[in-house]
Design a binder for this molecule. Structure first.
Ligand SMILES: [Ca+2]
Ligand SMILES: [Ca+2]
Length: 307
């Protein structure tokens, strides 16, 4: 199903405003198509947002809800004996998050993506595979699409919206915990916290690989916020859809730290609705081409806070 709704541009105040401009509008109207350009003196300034950790804000009607994440230190990566560990995961090392930042409470939804389309910031309308749009996470979006959405949101608000770095993502995914998953080491406890490959999904899609032996109630994606959040108040950081993060692919953590690597490949984290237990872990990192659009892939945004 495609978008079946009235254009949000009728209801939302898209920014920047666009005006017809030209040195001689009268002549333009007669001799050439009127040029459309950004009206020069509308230079959006970001609103004041809270910086107290745990504070929640939404910067515009159609913006994602954001939560403030405190600075801190955490151990990134997995121990070598972690069940399901994959070769590209980081060896455990200490990471310091120097400054507070904000991150989406939820994955970006179809409705939020639709506002970007209606405001002209996004050119592409992804397919919902018939599972429903609205407050379900947007799927079939590439890394390049995610970056374009964040760029539009920055223009809308005047603030620095972006997708999170790998370090920020894993810091949020762990939320001060040290277990395999923010709810603990038990994979089968997932069904209270995440849309995953469970009994419901296995019955629906019939794949033979290892499933979570519990019921989350959703065959595919779930509306965002359907499950319990982690300790930072963030929902669906594991499961539902894989989340594109910033930076270039590298086989080792040294590359992540140096921000080098193969920039054609981008990183996804967290697992998705069709992920087996080994793929729903805070430390797992996988890659895909930056322009691939898949029904298991979405994203959430981050926002830099004023210093
Ligand atoms: Ca499921
Ligand atoms: Ca997710």
């Amino acid at each position: 199903m495609r978008f079946l709704r009235l254009p949000l541009a009728l209801f939302v105040n898209c920014f920047p405003l666009y005006f017809a401009v030209g040195e001689n509008l009268e002549a333009s109207a007669q001799d050439a198509p009127i040029r459309i350009a950004q009206f020069p003196f509308f230079d959006k300034k970001p609103i004041d947002v809270p910086d107290e950790p745990g504070s929640v804000f939404r910067e515009c009607d159609h913006c994602p809800q954001m939560v403030v994440i405190p600075p801190g230190k955490f151990t990134m990566g997995s121990p070598k004996d972690e069940v399901g560990r994959y070769k590209f995961e980081c060896e455990e090392h200490l990471v310091t998050i120097e400054e507070p930042f904000a991150i989406g409470v939820h994955e970006v939804t179809f409705d939020q993506w639709g506002a970007c389309v209606d405001c002209g910031g996004c050119k592409y309308e992804p397919n919902d595979e018939g599972w429903g749009d609205g407050d379900r996470p947007v799927i079939n979006v590439s890394w390049l699409d995610a970056v374009a959405y964040a760029g539009w949101l920055s223009r809308e608000t005047g603030a620095d919206y972006r997708i999170p770095s790998e370090q920020e993502w894993e810091y949020v995914a762990r939320a001060g915990t040290t277990a395999t998953r923010f709810w603990g080491d038990e994979a089968y406890d997932a069904c209270s916290f995440a849309a995953v490959f469970d009994r419901t999904t296995k019955e629906s899609i019939g794949m033979a690989y290892d499933h979570h032996d519990c019921d989350d109630g959703f065959a595919h994606t779930a509306p965002v916020g359907s499950f319990q959040p982690n300790g930072f108040g963030v929902h669906d950081i594991l499961g539902n859809v894989w989340e594109w993060v910033d930076g270039c692919w590298h086989d080792t953590c040294e590359g992540i730290i140096a921000d080098t690597g193969d920039c054609y490949f981008r990183v996804m984290r967290g697992g998705a609705w069709n992920s087996e237990p080994d793929h729903v872990r805070a430390a797992l990192r996988i890659r895909d081409d930056q322009d691939v659009r898949d029904k298991v892939s979405g994203f959430r945004v981050a926002r830099t806070l004023p210093q």
